[in-house]
Design a protein around this ligand. Structure first.
Ligand code: MLT
Ligand code: MN
Ligand code: ZN
Length: 304
């Protein structure tokens, strides 16, 4: 179609907790709390995409969604009465940072909620989400590999990436790199351009490599700088991989796995507040920059 341009706005570039996190005095959060301009404040994980600049699809609905909408003029209601340029929402998993914002969308606005059957089942088992009234919010199950158009001219395909069940559903031994409907990446295509959105991914796979090779822009899991960071900084007991996130650096990391894709624009999203690459001018930020990656910030606009 003519005149269509694939655009994305990073509504929230942080991981769960945001930056600074409400209860955190880690190295990065301390700088953020003190107003140090080297660390931007970041809200939790969400992306808006459009091909006409008029109608938008939300990829993930973060607990900060209300604030993200007020901060983003393209998402403000227009005209009179009650309506919104947000016409559809698609969570990539059922993590709190990706679905809690659905509750912000409860004011009887017609919307389509697209998700895998697995994610829809998780939402259906939680009665609080029934506040999205079934007569206005249609829930549409999307199969992996099924191509559909949530907006005219914008095509979407979901694909499985290694991940785990949401933290709040963990029980017993947890498989941290399960490939199925629980954690998906989103292949977005419009105006002849292709963007991949993968805010959570436990490890690289050959099929993901093939998708990256065919994309113009990739927004990818930037949760941790290195796998041991939470443990080393005394912030927790889990590695990044245990949390279902491959690290930016080190063996099996994203910078290593993406090194072959020099021609693809690479942007980290879903960045945890413990990640020192969030400190502008730090050696870690410089290393990410040297590896050819951008670190997303809230309000970042991307023309694919
Ligand atoms: C994650 O990305 O690992 C989750 O969002 C963690 C959480 O639920 O806080
Ligand atoms: Mn998360
Ligand atoms: Zn912190």
């Amino acid at each position: 179609m003519n005149g269509l341009e694939l655009r994305a706005i990073v509504l929230g570039s942080g991981a769960g907790g945001g930056v600074p996190q409400w209860n955190c005095r880690c190295r990065v959060c301390r700088l953020a709390w003190s107003g140090d301009l080297r660390v931007r404040h970041r809200t939790q994980s969400s992306l808006a995409v459009s091909v006409d600049g008029d109608r938008w699809l939300l990829l993930n609905a973060s607990p900060d969604l209300r604030r993200q909408i007020t901060d983003t003029p393209a998402l403000h209601p227009r005209g009179e009465d009650r309506q919104s340029p947000i016409v559809a929402v698609l969570p990539t998993n059922a993590d709190v940072d990706h679905v809690a914002g659905l509750l912000t969308l409860r004011e009887r606005q017609p919307l389509v909620l697209h998700a895998t059957r697995s994610t829809l089942d998780t939402l259906a088992a939680n009665r609080i989400f029934d506040v999205l009234a079934a007569d206005v919010v249609e829930r549409r199950a999307v199969g992996l590999g099924e191509v559909f158009e949530p907006l005219p001219g914008l095509s979407i395909e979901l694909f499985a990436v290694p991940g785990k069940v949401p933290l709040w559903l963990e029980e017993g031994d947890v498989v941290t790199d399960l490939v199925g409907e629980g954690t998906v990446g989103v292949a977005v295509e419009g105006g002849g351009r292709r963007l991949l959105y993968v805010p959570g991914c436990a490890r690289m796979t050959p099929s993901l490599e093939a998708r990256i090779a065919a994309a113009h822009v990739v927004l990818f899991d930037g949760t941790l700088f290195d796998d041991e960071e939470m443990i080393r900084e005394g912030l927790g007991t889990k590695t990044g991989r245990r949390m279902g996130h491959m690290p930016m650096t080190g063996p099996g990391s994203s910078t290593e796995a993406f090194a072959a894709f020099a021609g693809v624009r690479k942007i980290f999203v879903h960045i945890n507040n413990s990640n020192p690459a969030l400190i502008e001018g730090s050696p870690e930020a410089d290393r990410i920059d040297a590896a050819g990656w951008d670190v997303a910030f809230d309000g970042m606009e991307i023309v694919a």
